[in-house]
Design a protein around this ligand. Sequence first.
Ligand SMILES: [Zn+2]
Length: 257
Amino acid sequence: MHDRCASGLDRCVGRPARAGARNADRARSLSARCAPAGHAWHYCRRVPFPACRREVEAPAKIDALIEPRWIAPVRPAGALLQGHAIAVDRGVIQAVLPAAAASGLYAARNVVRLPDHLVVPGLVNAHCHLDYTSMAGEFPPPTSFTDWIKLITAAKAGWSYSDYAESWLTGAKMLVQTGTTTVADIEAVPELLPEVWEATPLRVYSFLELTGIKSRRDPHAIVQQATDNIEALQFGRCRCGLRPTWPAASTRACAWC
Ligand SMILES: [Zn+2]
């Protein structure tokens, strides 16, 4: 037995049919998670997934309602939603729900309609050297990997901290503009942290580079210094770690750190 609500969504009001029992279980689970936001999830045999509905009458005030043409959600895998909206408040997604229902459930300060856009989860860049962004296109195509490394090393010798910072931030801006929200970045100049972290909305995992070619320093001293740097670095969404490196770029002991 079904009832049509004011927002146009079908909702179940009777006992769950046998075929809908699995959806009903999922709805109960989702309702428990959504309770703080005043949401409840209702199952229905007519729709593929439980629909999210607020139990209170007054529309909830939120920062934004985004209505793209398509949404590719993380879950369920492989789904492509049409006619759906994303409710966002204080930088956090509150719900992904049918657009027809969203306007009745939320009073958004800003409605963003994107009739030609696909919204996807934030991309993850798993290996990046933000420090070196400004070197892009500066060198002729190298004949070998070691020649390429030599070019980079020579260029770095003339760079100041300001050059590195500007290069880092340029790279971070490029990532944000192309849909990346998380980056694993190899950091050659840990002195830039955490200031550059604070200057970007990215979630950054900075892996400190452990190289000792020039200085011929004691590998254990290099590791200790990097560990001290990591312990001293604290900043909300960003994290720091050591970069496992490769033998040609470091002393033998450091290569297995
Ligand atoms: Zn790399």
